[in-house]
Design a protein around this ligand. Structure first.
Ligand SMILES: Nc1nc2c(ncn2[C@@H]2O[C@H](COP(=O)(O)OP(=O)(O)OP(=O)(O)O)[C@@H](O)[C@H]2O)c(=O)[nH]1
Ligand SMILES: [Mg+2]
Length: 330
């Protein structure tokens, strides 16, 4: 197949040689909903499963906590020795225009750095969709020679799980505060992160930072007692390059130790299996809810349930029968 008059193998050559133009075009294919684009991408990726020597680091946290500002410094330090791709995804909002503009100004130096490739992802997709195309975007970036992939995502509960499944290391940025800041963070997210970073420490007193750190340690002591020694906890500000470097070292060491023990391959393979499950479930659910016959039956049952015309279990069984007899759930 030809796309833009170029066979897939030529696209791949361009990408491997580091052409940002063709990398960008391939990423657009990954983000496309068109079937022919997706299958052309399969041809480009043909057999490529990523770089086993790369590091994929997710950086998540609540809106405005300072993710992009942190990445500007953290990514800049990485870029001194490595080539870095920064992917920002925002599954929570249907419009990313604002945050893309924000990121451009907050990652000014990084944007101009020759070793750095920055790509904001359009959102408005389903979470699974974001996870799928981001995974393919990671592969494309690695194919293009980027060895460090930073994935920024706004933490909105579910999105962290999705992004965790794409990364080797999960950095969670947190607001320190009056002591109740941890309550806003879901327990599940606390269980996902490898490194915790309180941001904007320049705006806070030492006492507040100490209390927040202690609260976090207490929570982790209950939730993850055996891992406590492997979890990094930091307080920093964008002006504090030394601490950000310490965060970088801690994250890099963690990924290296995974790699050296062989657990990185295992982790990535498990992630792929999980993603397959997640995506199939999501596709099934979408297909179910978009199916005309199902929609009609659901509406009919809703009425019948209200006036006792059908029992709940009978309604469920009839809907399931509709699937079993294979009436296209496309
Ligand atoms: N004082 C201070 N302000 C900071 C620091 N880090 C970030 N900020 C400010 O906090 C605001 C939000 O920063 P961003 O880096 O855009 O935060 P974000 O988490 O990427 O935001 P979204 O992507 O919109 O969720 C900006 O006005 C930054 O200038 C810091 O260390 N100290
Ligand atoms: Mg941001």
């Amino acid at each position: 197949m030809n796309h833009l008059n170029k066979p897939a193998i030529e696209w791949r050559k361009e990408i491997v040689q580091g052409s940002r133009l063709w990398l960008g075009r391939a990423i657009t294919l990954a983000e496309s909903k068109k079937k022919e684009d997706r299958s052309f991408l399969t041809e480009i990726l043909d057999g490529y499963t990523g770089n086993q020597k790369s590091s994929r680091i997710a950086i998540s946290g609540p809106p405005g906590v300072g993710k992009s500002s942190f990445i500007e410094v953290f990514g800049g330090q990485l870029a001194e020795k490595h080539s870095v791709a920064v992917l920002s995804i925002d599954p929570s909002s249907p419009v990313t225009g604002g945050s893309i503009l924000g990121d451009k100004t907050r990652m000014e130096k990084l944007t101009a750095h020759p070793n750095v490739y920055i790509r904001p992802s359009p959102s408005g997709n389903t979470l699974g969709g974001v996870a799928l195309h981001t995974y393919e975007v990671i592969l494309l970036c690695e194919m293009a020679g980027y060895t460090h992939i930073l994935i920024e995502t706004v933490g909105v509960g579910q999105s962290e799980t999705s992004v965790r499944q794409l990364s080797d290391h999960f950095l969670l940025l947190l607001n320190a505060g009056g002591g109740d800041e941890l309550q806003g963070i879901k327990r599940g997210v606390m269980e996902l992160a490898n490194t915790f970073v309180f941001t904007k420490s320049d705006l806070l007193s030492d006492a507040i930072l100490r209390n927040s750190t202690q609260d976090l340690k207490n929570a982790l002591h209950v939730l993850r007692p055996e891992e406590l020694n492997n979890i990094g906890i930091f307080s920093t500000t964008v002006q504090d390059a030394t601490t950000i470097e310490a965060v970088l070292l801690s994250a890099s060491n963690a990924v290296e130790s995974l790699r050296n023990s062989g657990r990185l391959v295992e982790l990535r393979n498990n992630q792929l299996a999980l993603k397959l499950n997640q995506l199939v479930e999501e596709e099934l659910l979408n297909a179910f809810h978009q199916n005309e016959a199902i929609i009609q039956m659901m509406n009919q049952f809703k009425n019948q349930l209200q006036n006792g015309g059908i029992t709940l279990s009978a309604a469920v069984h009839e809907l399931m029968d509709q699937i079993k007899i294979g009436k296209e759930i496309k």
